[in-house]
Design a protein around this ligand. Structure first.
Ligand code: FNR
Length: 370
């Protein structure tokens, strides 16, 4: 169908399933074990309800914001997803170009199909990008990438902490990996394990020994803000704040790592409460920013997380499906849809700016009581 008939982010998924290769679909759509966390990422949002306010002047609504000091036209960012060329020959470039046009931030994955420099070169003047880092067993390799990224103007370092080993994504494991390995893996010169899916083929360099002690070293090699991606409890959010990093992404990696890990938005509630109790912090907080990802498909999902204290929310699969089916124009359409949803939802919530989206605008009774 023509793009104008795509009305929401879900639509991209059903079309992508029809047009993508079996391998690409298996890699993008799969999640760990029985995919219970994948399902929970969606259903957790269904348990949060709004408490909309009326009779406020909502002629003009403004949902632009600042993420780690960088301007963003909406409180979302394109999160890191590996192997963009499985879905489309231009791979992650589709995301870079669409993000530039719409003024949103793209997080470049360590395991992008396009090279890092290609994705930075494709950015417009003033377009902000982040880097997602899988920490290499050979720390010099990680240091090289981080310092190169900083030199190239990357504005934030997201260290993935939920993947000391990749989860069992059985749909993907039933496929043989025969596509081009990403740049990072090629440089590695490592043998690619081809008989158990894409995820296993590309992840052998990741260091399972990574620990809290390593954060000091990361802080010593870069001035970029450091954010831990994949925090899943308030205990670890507290450790992160005490370790002096600039934020956390409450995420279960799109349900692809530990099945029965909780949804990010649900963890958000306890994290905000405990950081307030233990450290007297309030959110959103410019010095320690909380992000959420997983299962976000509507602006209403995003606004629920904003009300609960998140600075911005990451979206993964919908953009992959959008470019797999329609290339860059698909990603642009997805961003336009979100933009229109934000505008309408803010009006209907009675919130002219994101500051007006406060905790009392959501009802979390059905979450906290279970
Ligand atoms: C991911 N994700 C991910 N995360 C990361 O830190 N490094 C990576 O290389 C990848 N690769 C990746 C590939 C694919 C195909 C998917 C679907 C996801 C996780 C990603 O950043 C994010 O946490 C989830 O995708 C968010 O959930 P949704 O929006 O896909 O539901």
């Amino acid at each position: 169908p023509p793009l104008t008939e795509i009305l929401n982010l879900h639509d991209f998924e059903s079309i992508a399933k029809l047009v993508m290769s079996e391998k690409a679909w298996a890699y993008y759509s799969s999640a760990a074990d029985d995919e219970i966390t994948l399902r929970e990422n969606h259903s957790a949002f269904h348990r949060i309800w709004f408490r909309p306010r009326v009779l406020r002047d909502v002629t003009d609504v403004d949902f632009s914001t600042t993420v780690l000091g960088q301007k963003s036209s909406m409180p979302i960012y394109i999160t890191a997803t590996a192997l963009g060329k499985l879905g489309h020959p231009d791979g992650e470039l589709n995301l870079t170009r669409a993000a530039g046009k719409h003024g949103v931030i793209q997080m470049i994955p360590t395991l992008a199909s396009c090279s890092f420099d290609e994705l930075v070169d494709a950015a417009l003047a003033g377009q902000s990008q982040f880097l997602q880092l899988y920490v290499n067993k050979d720390r010099e390799r990680s240091k090289e990438l981080v310092q190169h990224a900083e030199k190239r103007g990357i504005k934030g370092l997201f260290i993935t902490v939920d993947a000391p080993q990749l989860g069992r994504r059985e749909k993907d494991m039933r496929m043989k990996f025969d596509d081009a390995a990403p740049d990072e893996q090629k440089k590695e010169g490592k043998e690619v394990i081809r008989d158990q899916g894409a995820a296993r083929a590309i992840s052998t360099f990741i260091d399972p020994s990574l620990s809290w002690k390593d954060l000091k070293w990361f802080k010593s090699i870069t001035k970029m803000p450091i954010i831990l991606k994949g925090v899943q409890t308030w205990e670890d959010a507290l450790l992160a704040a005490k370790a002096g990093v600039q934020g956390v992404v409450l995420s279960n990696h799109g349900g692809r790592q530990l099945d029965f890990a909780p949804s990010g938005v649900e963890v958000l509630i306890e994290v905000v409460q405990k950081l307030k109790e233990e450290l007297g912090m309030t959110f959103p907080n410019p010095d320690f920013q909380i992000f959420v990802d997983g299962g976000v498909r509507r602006a209403t999902d995003v606004l629920k997380a904003i009300a609960l204290g998140a600075t911005a929310v990451g979206i993964g699969r919908p953009f992959l499906y959008a470019f797999s089916a329609y290339g860059q124009l698909g990603v642009e359409r997805a961003l336009t849809i979100l933009h229109d949803e934000f505008e309408m939802d803010m009006r209907l919530l009675g919130a002219p700016t994101l500051k007006d989206i406060v905790p009392s605008m959501v009802d979390t009774k059905s979450i906290t009581s279970h």
